[in-house]
Design a protein around this ligand. Structure first.
Ligand code: NAD
Length: 418
């Protein structure tokens, strides 16, 4: 991570919005409305720890906009969570759902904690109490959380169970990303990485770069990064470097993405994978490659390193990995950026499929889910590309134009209450 320049994600999100909004003839009131979250909840809640002590944790749930439907967005457990980060992530969810054509608004949640230092029981206690505290906002028709960094299907199952206990009956549609046994969807675990793969293949086609042998670098070997890596490898690409929070590994001849994942599962990290050279996360971003997939955290490509990125395509698996200044530098240098709100929408798309299945109590096959997901990702990519060409703007601005236009129209048609 680049520690020298760390912009506030909420400033970044607003700047991205302002840039795109200037292309649209928005009503000034609606524009101002969209620059603010709709509602924010901060909770301070006690958790009983294994040693008998009680610790107070801070959590947030922010709804950015609900003009298109119930709000949707993940829950992040991380020591660096802040209200501004959650606000930014909530706003990005509004645009992501809108670009994807889903009937959802945007939300996000977070708890300031270090899950790596907590036992399973402590995590369950924290999750159940946080879920209770934010249950005044959660509802299957109102606000539907999902996993994000350091939260997983088990945590979603605890949220579903807690909510259901309070209501007195099982309510699977209140949260997505659940295990299959309790109303989860097939294909959800791989969905975000699969969407990154589909949009990356589209971008390679636009730039006329053959998939076979295309060199791919992945920062962050978690749910998004590792899946994108092995699916791109299956499509013929060559994964030359990957990393996690402890550092990266590089082999220009190619790494076996699935075997690296096995190594990470066994040892806790990709580092020390045999037959590869160690690289730091800073160096990794600057390696020679065709595709760079930032799939860790925000603010990785900044004005401090953007001119040294050698990739021709940046596929944003993570949310907010590129700052607006870095965006300008990449655009000037002709780097094709697939923006986060388009590139990593696979997760929320299959979350939407999960919610629809839960509401109907009728479940689809994995094949059907993957087909529907790929089709939607391709269509959305092509629609954004068309706006980008028509208006002569970057893919990010084009995605924002589509998203903001959709949300603003919904607000205008609904009218300002009362
Ligand atoms: P994850 O916890 O499964 O994986 C994150 C990975 O990043 C881990 O391998 C971790 O070691 C690594 N990492 C952490 N700090 C790092 C650093 N400084 N440098 C390099 N690597 C680092 O999380 P995830 O679900 O894969 O999410 C990753 C990103 O993708 C986040 O920005 C998240 O908001 C975004 N995202 C996730 C989903 C989803 O469905 N999981 C959907 C859309 C967007």
């Amino acid at each position: 991570m680049n520690d020298r320049v760390k912009p506030n994600p909420w400033d970044v999100a607003r700047e991205q919005f302002d840039r795109a909004a200037s292309y649209l003839d928005l009503d000034p009131g609606i524009r101002e409305m969209l620059r603010h979250p709709q509602r924010e909840l901060t909770v301070y809640f006690p958790v009983q720890m294994d040693d008998g002590s009680v610790r107070v944790f801070t959590g947030y749930r922010v709804h950015h906009n609900t003009a298109l439907g119930p709000s949707k967005g993940g829950i992040r457990y991380h020591p660096a969570v802040t209200l501004d980060e959650v606000r930014a992530l909530a706003m990005w969810m509004t645009w992501k759902c809108a670009v994807a054509g889903l009937p959802y608004g945007g939300a996000k949640g977070g708890v300031v904690c270090n899950p790596k230092e907590m036992s399973e029981k402590e995590l369950e206690n924290l999750t159940r109490r946080y879920a209770t505290e934010i249950s005044i906002l959660m509802h299957p028709e109102g606000d539907i959380p999902a996993p994000d960094v350091n939260t997983n299907p088990q945590i979603m199952a605890w949220i579903m169970d807690t909510y259901s206990m309070h209501r007195g009956f099982t309510t699977p549609a209140v949260v997505t990303g659940k295990p299959l046994e309790v109303g989860g969807s097939k294909g959800r675990v791989e969905a975000t990485g699969r969407g990154v793969m589909v949009t990356t293949l589209e971008a390679l086609r636009v730039l006329d770069i053959p998939v076979k042998g295309a060199r791919v670098v992945v920062q962050g070997y978690g749910n998004v990064g590792a899946v994108a890596a092995y699916l791109l490898q299956d499509a013929g690409a060559r994964i030359v470097a990957v990393s996690d929070s402890r550092g990266g590994i590089y082999n220009p001849k190619g790494l076996d993405a699935r075997d690296v994942l096995r190594h990470k599962r066994e040892t806790g990290s990709v580092v020390e994978y045999p037959g590869a050279e160690f690289v730091s996360n800073e160096e990794l971003l600057e390696l020679p490659c065709d595709v760079l997939i930032p799939a860790a955290l925000e603010n990785q490509i900044t004005r401090a390193n953007a001119d040294r990125v050698q990739a021709r395509i940046v596929a944003e698996g993570a949310n907010g990995p590129t700052t607006p200044e870095a965006d300008d530098i990449l655009a000037e240098r002709g780097v094709f950026v697939i923006p986060d709100i388009l590139c990593n929408a696979g997760g929320v798309i299959v979350s939407y499929f999960e919610w629809v299945q839960d509401l109907q109590h009728f479940f689809w096959s994995e094949e059907e889910i993957n087909q529907r997901l790929s089709k939607l990702m391709r269509e959305n990519f092509r629609a954004v590309l068309a706006v980008s060409r028509e208006r002569d703007v970057t893919m990010r601005t084009a995605a924002y134009i589509r998203a903001i236009d959709r949300v603003a129209r919904a607000i205008a048609i609904r009218g300002i209450y009362p």
